[in-house]
Structure formats: structure tokens, C-alpha cells
Write a protein that binds this ligand. Structure first.
Ligand code: PH4
Ligand code: ZN
Length: 306
């Protein structure tokens, strides 16, 4: 199959009340693992690259690999630019064959975010490319935080309504208390589901996206620790809270950190057990298998629906 627009995958997920996974890749092994998992579970998936991934792997390599991967399966695959900030990079991705782009202007004032997002929508929609945008900042909700502090970085549902109407975006990532990486919460994990519920209602049921959704599962941390990875205090979003978020209208769940952990555990374990091994195929394969297993589990979890 050819790469499909993100909008098509999200419309179906939204209609049926489930979420699809968006998994980041920077190299061939992660891409193969993600597409294998999508193919085995026969579930559509977003394969996501950030500007950092493009810098690392090269835009032409990414697009060629993604198109080859999509052709290898009947399952719909969307090639997505994650956290696009630079208009020039966004334009290059659209011209090169991406089928979805995120414009992340969430660091700008509301009016500037709206204007920049609108520009991207105009450019992308002309080529049939879907657009995701973000409101609020990705930051964990600390214990004992005041309402004013919480309001200062989480999405404002009324602004979300105005933003969606003014920009014509195809999906929105509202900040509800998650953050990127392996250290998401200092205290108890907490997401603002009321706010999420209001955003879904005020945006007429627009597909919503949850960033920073790695769960940093205990068994994965144990495997990492056993292989020598040192990340004390790592904590992700609990699975039950992800399910809650999907019930409240999330249709795309972004995961990167868990894949990194799974890959690293796979590679380190085989290298530790075989100090004489220096054939990359021998130590990258366990990393790739480890990511494929993890992604399969995520896809099935997100698919459960509300
Ligand atoms: N992302 C992934 C961002 C990766 O610059 P970079 O390539 O390191 O950025 O958008 C997520 O939302 C992933 O969330 P997670 O950290 O909880 O997996
Ligand atoms: Zn993100």
C-alpha cells in the first residue's frame, strides 16, 4: 500500500472510539519493528520522525524507507512529522511525501500559534497532507500545584475551540499533564481528564493526540537495569490512565521512550552475554525484536476502545 493521510486513520479511530499508536523511528531497525507490529496486528499506525530524526537519518532515506515499509503491508501506514517547528522543514517533508505533519508552535503566544498553524494547514491541505497542532506545554502536574499554575501550562478548552475553528487543523494535541522522556512525574502521576473531556466537546469531537505517553513499564525497567542502564526515578504514564485518556477522546498515542528502552535492553543484553560479539546484525536483531514485541502490546492496548 502507499502511505495514507493521517486524517483517514484518525477518522476511523475516532468513529470507532479507539486510539492508534504513533511510534518514532530514527533508523531502519525501529521502522521494521513498528511496521512488523502493525502488520501482525492488522492495525493502522503512524510512523513518526522529528526534526532530530531527519537530521540524523536524512529526509530522503526516511521517505524511501517509509514508502518501502508501507508497500510491504496491507495495513495503512502514515508517515508523520512529529513536533515540526521550522516552516522550511515542514515544506520539505510535505514535498518529499510525508502524509501528515505536526506544527508545534506551542511555545508561541496563542495568536502567533494560531497564525503559524493556519499557514501550515494551507500549505499541507493543498497536497492532501494532514495537520496536527499543539496547545499548552508538555509538563507534568506537580503535587500541590495551584489552579493558576496549572492553567498557565495546560490547554485552555475555550482557546482550543477558537484555535480549531480558526486554523482548520485535522487533529489537536492538548497538554493535559504529560511530558516527554522517562521522568514524567516527581510525585503521583496525574492527567487532567476533565480538561480533556471539555476539549473534545468544544472541538466537536476532533481527533485528539496524547504526547509523552510512554508508560515506562516495570518489567522493561527491570530488563534495562539488569543490562546496566542507570535511570533511577524513571516513571511513565500508568496504563490505566492511558485507557482513561482514550475513553475521553484521545485517538493517537505518541510513544518513543518505551521503544528506546526496549531496544537498548535488547542490544545491551546480547552484548553483555557475548563480549566477543561485534557483528551489528547479531546485536541489533534482538533490539529490533524487543521493539516489535513492545509495539504489538501497545497497539493492542490502544485498540481496546472506550
Ligand atoms: N514524542 C517523541 C519526541 C521525540 O527530538 P526527539 O526525536 O528526541 O523527540 O513526540 C512523544 O510524544 C514521545 O513521548 P514519550 O517520551 O513519552 O515516549
Ligand atoms: Zn511529543
Amino acid at each position: 500500500m502507499s502511505l495514507v493521510p493521517g486524517k483517514e486513520i484518525l477518522a476511523e479511530a475516532n468513529r470507532q472510539g479507539y486510539a492508534v499508536g504513533a511510534f518514532n523511528f530514527n533508523n531502519l531497525e525501529f521502522l521494521q519493528a513498528i511496521v512488523t507490529a502493525a502488520d501482525h496486528t492488522e492495525t493502522p499506525v503512524f510512523i513518526a520522525t522529528t526534526e532530530g530524526a531527519i537530521k540524523y537519518a536524512g529526509l530522503d532515506y526516511i521517505v524511501a524507507m517509509a514508502q518501502t515499509a508501507a508497500r510491504s503491508t496491507k495495513t495503512p501506514i502514515c508517515l508523520h512529522l512529529d513536533h515540526g517547528r521550522n516552516l522550511d522543514v515542514i515544506r520539505r517533508c510535505i514535498d518529499a511525501g510525508y502524509t501528515s505533519v505536526m506544527i508545534d508552535a506551542s511555545n508561541l503566544a496563542f495568536e502567533e500559534n494560531t497564525a503559524k498553524t493556519k499557514t501550515v494547514v494551507e500549505i499541507a491541505h493543498k497536497k492532501g497532507v494532514s495537520v496536527e497542532a499543539e496547545l499548552g506545554r508538555l509538563k507534568g502536574i506537580e503535587d500541590n500545584i495551584s489552579v493558576a499554575e496549572r492553567d498557565s501550562f495546560l490547554v485552555d478548552p475555550e482557546q482550543a475551540r477558537r484555535f480549531v475553528k480558526a486554523t482548520g487543523v485535522d487533529s489537536l494535541a492538548p497538554a493535559i499533564g504529560t511530558s516527554h522522556g522517562a521522568f514524567k512525574f516527581k510525585g503521583k502521576p496525574r492527567l487532567d481528564f476533565d480538561r480533556l473531556h471539555q476539549v473534545k466537546a468544544l472541538t466537536n469531537g476532533l481527533p485528539l493526540v496524547l504526547h509523552g505517553a510512554s508508560t515506562v513499564p516495570r518489567e522493561l525497567l527491570d530488563r534495562c537495569q539488569k543490562s546496566g542502564v542507570k535511570i533511577p526515578g524513571a516513571q511513565g504514564v500508568p496504563e490505566e490512565q492511558l485507557i482513561q485518556a482514550i475513553k475521553h477522546g484521545i485517538n493517537k498515542v505518541n510513544v518513543d521512550t518505551d521503544l528506546r528502552l526496549a531496544f537498548t535492553a535488547g542490544v545491551r543484553t546480547v552484548l553483555n552475554e557475548n563480549p566477543g560479539q561485534f557483528d551489528p546484525r547479531k546485536y541489533l536483531s534482538p533490539g529490533r525484536e524487543s521493539v516489535a514485541e513492545l509495539v504489538k502490546g501497545k497497539i493492542l492496548l490502544f485498540r481496546q476502545g472506550r
